[in-house]
Design a protein around this ligand. Structure first.
Ligand code: ADP
Ligand code: BMX
Length: 296
């Protein structure tokens, strides 16, 4: 397969836990600046956080800028949190217009997981696949689908939000308003909340994962339950779209042994419903490459 031409520019990856801005040259990160996400900040402060990181990178007046972020981005470039417990004050923010005006160029704005799916399809785990899916297991559980080389993007920006489908492993109402979602059992916020419910207050998902790797049974149960919900999601996606391969990314998805737990749970499904499960290959570059590519 011929090597793809990878984009250059400055891209922001805005997640529920961290925000990173990076200058990318032919798909490789050259410099980065990052900060912690304040999920309760009003939209103006979220925009200040984005612009603050961009100014740390000394934007060139002509270089392309793309912003990949948690939440849905509609066809008008308007940003809406879907999980309103992750980003509590992001409602109908005309982000593309505001950033384009402020930065004096057309800024591309898209959901983070869709951007990462495009990046992985172009240059990572999805190369050459006709029916490819990407799932991030991170603060939440997000997704992007690439069919016949094109990302599935709907006018409202909702398409691909696979974390808001339901799971047998899950219960309770999540910040999307839906009950029993994959995100509400498998995502980092849910894992931390479950740990708190077991008396392990102050544990974030990273610390729960470390406890799991140290063979603490309560932690392994939470991580295994997360992986089982993601496996169920993968089988459901095969039933709907017959995906050939699904790449698992995000800090939890890429943590040691997580994808293997997903594959082990999938082994309980009938063969027809088992896609190939792989690690996302590009790590933090995926969303950056995706948002700077012409498909975002
Ligand atoms: P974001 O959601 O901001 O895009 P991440 O992909 O880093 O960011 O996901 C953040 C979640 O991943 C948090 O719940 C955090 O506790 C968890 N996490 C971060 N690092 C690790 C790690 N090494 N192993 C397991 N979980 C991790
Ligand atoms: C949630 C949702 C998605 C996002 C996904 C992963 C919000 C704020 N987020 O499902 O839009 O793609 O999480 O986001 O509605 P991350 O914060 O875990 O990277």
């Amino acid at each position: 397969m011929a090597e793809p031409t990878l984009p250059s520019g400055v891209a922001v990856d805005f997640g529920g836990t961290k925000i990173a801005a990076s200058r990318v040259s032919s798909g490789r990160i050259v410099t980065s600046a990052r900060t912690t996400t304040d999920g309760d900040a009003p939209a103006e402060r979220q925009i200040e956080a984005i612009c603050g990181l961009l100014s740390e990178l000394n934007l060139d007046p002509t270089e392309p800028v793309g912003v990949a972020l948690a939440g849905r981005v509609d066809a008008g470039g308007v940003w809406h949190a879907l999980n309103t417990e992750t980003l509590t004050r992001v409602h109908a923010v005309p982000l593309q217009a505001l950033l384009s005006d402020r930065l004096g160029r057309v800024v591309t704005v898209q959901n983070d997981a869709i951007a990462a799916a495009v990046g992985e399809h172009l240059a990572g785990a999805g190369r050459g696949k006709q029916r490819f899916g990407f799932i991030t297991v991170s603060t939440g559980v997000g997704g992007g689908i690439v069919l016949d080389g094109r990302p599935v993007i709907s006018p409202s920006g909702l398409a691909g939000h696979v974390g808001f489908t339901t799971s047998r492993q899950s219960s309770g109402r999540c910040g999307s308003g839906r009950v029993g979602t994959v995100e509400n059992v498998a995502g980092g916020r849910a894992i931390a909340a479950a740990a708190g419910g077991l008396g392990h207050e102050g544990y974030d998902a990273k610390r729960v994962f470390e406890a799991h790797l140290s063979a603490e049974i309560w932690a392994s149960e939470l991580i295994t339950r997360s992986a089982r919900a993601v496996a169920e999601l993968c089988a459901n996606l095969v039933a709907i779209l017959d995906l050939e391969r699904i790449a698992i990314g995000g800090s939890i998805g890429l943590a040691q042994g997580y994808a293997a737990l997903v594959s082990a749970a999938l082994a309980e499904e009938p063969a027809l419903f088992r896609p190939e499960i792989v690690h996302a290959e590009l790590g933090p570059e995926a969303a950056l490459i995706g948002i700077l590519s012409e498909l975002a």
